[in-house]
Design a protein around this ligand. Structure first.
Ligand code: 5AD
Ligand code: SF4
Length: 460
């Protein structure tokens, strides 16, 4: 391993998209740290620049090219001064458009997908070393080797941490690029996950969110050599001292089995919050989306979840304007929101992603109709969000504090229902849970005061 101390280099990573990309960016930094690369918040003068991209929605490639154009000026400047800046494009746009990027942006040195970043040191060596290779595109989709090759988690993520347990997707919803950019489903072993969780806890994590594109399809090798599903993994992680809270995201309704639903009843550390996308409330559109479930199945799952854990807060994703969506189909989506009464929700205008089956569909919805539907849906979701938050006023809830403001007298934390909350209190409560009386509610956050301020302070 090279001597990191003698050869410090500046690494700038810009990340777009989902938590999975945030996780990947951190792991890229982990891989490069032993080679002398230190993460910098500023792109100027970087020795290596990585744009970790997202391909899920519209204009993804355009955004990458305009950012590349900006960054290129920094590279030109550095090279004019006799330096070198390696420019890399990573993530899902890299996976989907690798050759196009290399062709259109001749200043890009390296393009690699989400499943090959563990080979970064070799790729850099090829570019800069004796091989003198000009440019590299690395977009294999074999996930099997990546996690084995990653170094131990050694990055301080703080009080709330993310841990990737599953990657890829076999569901092939007709609008979605994920099965093409991230590849098929793959689950890490329980042992590997538990070890990473322990390292995170040693570094101060009290809450861990298990990540996966289809996390509840998890089927990794268990401690007994058999295949374990997500509830078994959660049960195992719940045994870890020092870990207070477990969450998981993102789930597919089809993989929401009874054992997982009952885990919400039985495992205290599993938080009463679930992000469960439905995408549309219309059976006709669900079928065209190849979602493999109907609206009633989704509502039944939520009824079972609420039986198991009556206070569970629900969140979802919705797409408006999928090809063929009529006013009535859209009304069916609005009706789902009314029935489920989401505590939070994310809605998007459908955009055709090249290479997906829906991109060839006809009967497109006009842009102005999509925009109207999106606004109406977002208003409705906001109403329920605000309603959920308002109902919390006067309640006392445990809050896990994960950030303090600069002055050190205000704290930011999360309730069990994943609501952001601001509370006056001393910075020393960071990383601790304390009971908070909820005093105010907004659409996206709460305010509150510490319940037993004095006694909590003494014990903290
Ligand atoms: N158009 C609009 N939204 C999309 N999503 C995924 N693909 C598309 C697309 N082609 C949304 C889905 C998914 C979320 C991460 O992004 O709602 O759950
Ligand atoms: Fe995409 Fe559907 Fe897989 Fe989710 S379940 S990642 S929307 S294909």
């Amino acid at each position: 391993m090279p001597n990191a101390e003698n050869n410090k280099k500046k690494l700038f990573i810009k990340t777009w998209g989902c938590q999975m990309n945030v996780y990947d960016s951190r792991r890229m930094a982990d891989i490069l740290r032993p080679f002398g690369y230190e993460v910098s918040e500023e792109p100027e003068d970087a020795d290596m620049m990585i744009l970790n991209t997202c391909h899920i929605r519209e204009k993804a490639t355009d955004k990458v090219f305009s950012e590349l154009g900006r960054m290129r000026r920094l590279k030109d400047k550095k090279e004019a001064e006799g330096g070198q800046m390696l420019m890399a494009v990573a993530g899902c746009v890299a996976q989907a458009e690798g050759d196009f990027i290399i062709e259109r942006a001749p200043y890009v040195d390296l393009v690699f997908g989400p499943q090959t970043y563990h080979e970064l040191p070799e790729m850099i060596a090829k570019l800069t070393g004796a091989y003198g290779q000009d440019r590299i595109v690395s977009t294999e989709l074999d996930t099997q080797t990546k996690f084995d090759a990653l170094p131990e988690e050694n990055n301080k993520q703080g009080v709330t941490a993310f841990l990737s347990v599953q990657e890829g997707c076999d569901k092939f919803c007709t609008f979605c690029v994920v099965p093409y950019t991230r590849g098929g489903e793959f689950s890490r072993s329980v042992e590997q996950i538990v070890n990473e969780a322990k390292a995170l806890i040693d570094n101060g994590a009290r809450e861990i969110t298990l990540l996966g594109q289809n996390v509840n399809a998890y089927h990794g090798e268990g401690k007994d050599g058999k295949t374990w599903t997500l509830p078994l993994l959660i049960e195992e992680l719940a045994k870890l001292d020092g870990l207070d809270r477990i969450r998981y995201t993102t789930s597919h309704p089809r993989d929401m089995d009874m054992a997982l639903i009952e885990a919400h009843r039985d495992i205290e550390k599993l938080m009463p919050y679930l992000h469960l996308p439905i995408q549309s409330g219309s059976n006709k559109i669900l079928k065209a989306m190849n979602r493999k479930h109907e609206r009633d199945m989704y509502l039944d799952i939520i009824a079972d979840l609420r039986k198991a854990r009556p206070d569970i807060a629900m969140s979802g994703d919705f797409i408006v304007g999928f090809p063929g969506e009529t006013d009535q189909d859209f009304e069916d989506t609005m009706d789902i929101v009314r029935q489920v009464k989401y505590a939070s929700g994310y809605s998007f205008k459908y955009s055709a992603r090249p290479g997906t089956p829906a991109a060839n569909m006809t009967n497109l919805v006009r842009e102005d109709v999509k925009a109207e539907r999106l606004a109406a849906l977002q208003n409705l979701i906001n109403e329920y969000q605000l309603d959920f938050n308002t109902k919390c006023i006067g309640m006392t809830m445990p809050v896990l504090f994960d950030r303090a403001d600069k002055a050190g007298d205000k704290l930011h934390g999360r309730t069990a229902y994943n609501q952001a909350i601001h509370v006056p209190g001393p910075a020393r409560l960071m990383g601790h849970s304390a009971n908070v009386i909820i005093t105010g509610a907004f659409a996206n956050s709460l305010t509150g005061t510490l319940e037993l301020q004095e006694s909590v302070l003494k014990s903290a």
